[in-house]
Ligand binder design. Structure first.
Ligand code: CP
Length: 324
């Protein structure tokens, strides 16, 4: 895969070499992200950071990553503050904003909207999440986290057992992560969700075609024997009827007691965040906050490294970072 000048719209664009390339650039970004070194490699460059749907981590980490490379960030947040609210097309918005920026990161509530926007853009566009469709940069940082966490236990993505729990129908992060896992070998995947919120059949088919063992269950039972448990939030914003979302809230909690009962003592706990901390939901309890296997904040930190790597690669400066 050639990164320079490319849009990053879907994990379908990646093969295993491309993933490896981005992960090794991300490794090189660590001293810059942790302020031990400085670079101005993107001095004078502008990121258009367009978030038409709420975000904390993705929006801020895109901006932070760009700043850490020496570039500047122009933000648009919320549909109501953009001319999209007056009926302007994504194409026109892209044509205009792409002449103000060197690269654009974008989140939009509609599936396919970021790809539609990219058709009008004259600079690379990076998908920060489009509806229930994809969240490719989250999937890359999730996989990077899995690689790093498993390395501490002397194991690898190939051959691991991953348990994904919660709303697998609307959770775009697990769609993108599952597609990336198709490039690895002999992954054992247990999907835990109510049947109505199950992983789309098309993605289960992809996982099985890749030779992975996929087990779908509606409850945790016995020992899950998982290397990683990936909890997700009920994506209430994707339901047409909020009462429907309500009936699933709280069905898939993870707290210290449930963790000890169903998982190994070193099972790594992940969640893309935000976690819904309201008592009626609480899919990942605060009583796990001191558990060393809780990787959620290391996972969020890795978002900066991966997004720095993607900016460096799409703008073709990955070999120049240490020189400026
Ligand atoms: N994981 C994630 O996409 O978080 P935000 O919605 O805060 O960006």
């Amino acid at each position: 895969m050639k990164f320079t000048g490319a849009n990053i719209l879907s994990v379908d664009q990646f093969n295993r070499d491309a993933i490896e390339h981005i992960f090794r650039i991300a490794d090189l970004m660590e001293p810059y992200a942790h302020r031990r070194k400085r670079t101005r490699v993107l001095d004078g460059a502008i990121l258009g950071n367009l978030f038409f749907e709420p975000s904390t981590r993705t929006r801020v980490s895109f901006g932070t990553a760009f700043n850490l490379l020496g570039g500047e960030v122009r933000e648009t947040t919320g549909m109501e503050s953009s001319a999209l609210a007056k009926g302007e097309s994504l194409y026109d918005t892209a044509r205009v904003l792409s002449s103000y920026s060197d690269v654009i990161a974008m989140r939009h509530p509609k599936s396919g909207a970021v790809a539609e926007f990219a058709e009008g853009s004259r600079v690379p566009v990076i998908n920060g999440g489009d509806g229930a469709n994809e969240h490719p940069t989250q999937a890359l940082l999730d996989l990077y986290t899995i690689e790093k966490e498993l390395a501490h236990h002397g194991s690898t993505i190939d051959g691991m057992h991953l348990c994904i729990v919660g709303d697998l129908k609307y959770g775009r992060t697990v769609h993108s992560l599952s597609k990336l896992l198709c490039m690895f070998k002999q992954v054992n995947i247990t999907l835990v969700s109510p049947p109505e919120l199950g992983m789309p059949t098309s993605i289960v088919d992809l996982l099985e075609s890749a030779g992975h063992k996929v087990t779908q269950v509606s409850e945790l039972s016995g020992s899950m024997d998982a290397d990683i448990v990936y909890q997700t939030r009920i994506q209430q914003e994707r339901f047409t009827n909020l009462d429907e979302a309500e009936q699933y809230r709280g069905r898939f909690r993870l707290n210290s007691e449930i963790y000890t009962k169903h998982y190994k003592p070193n099972t790594v706990i992940m969640h893309p965040l935000p976690r819904d901390s309201r008592a009626e939901a609480n899919e990942l309890d605060n009583d796990l906050n001191q558990n060393p296997n809780l990787a959620i904040f290391r996972q969020a930190d890795n978002g900066v490294l991966i997004r720095m790597a993607l900016f460096a690669a799409t703008l073709g400066v990955e070999h120049l970072v240490s020189r400026y």
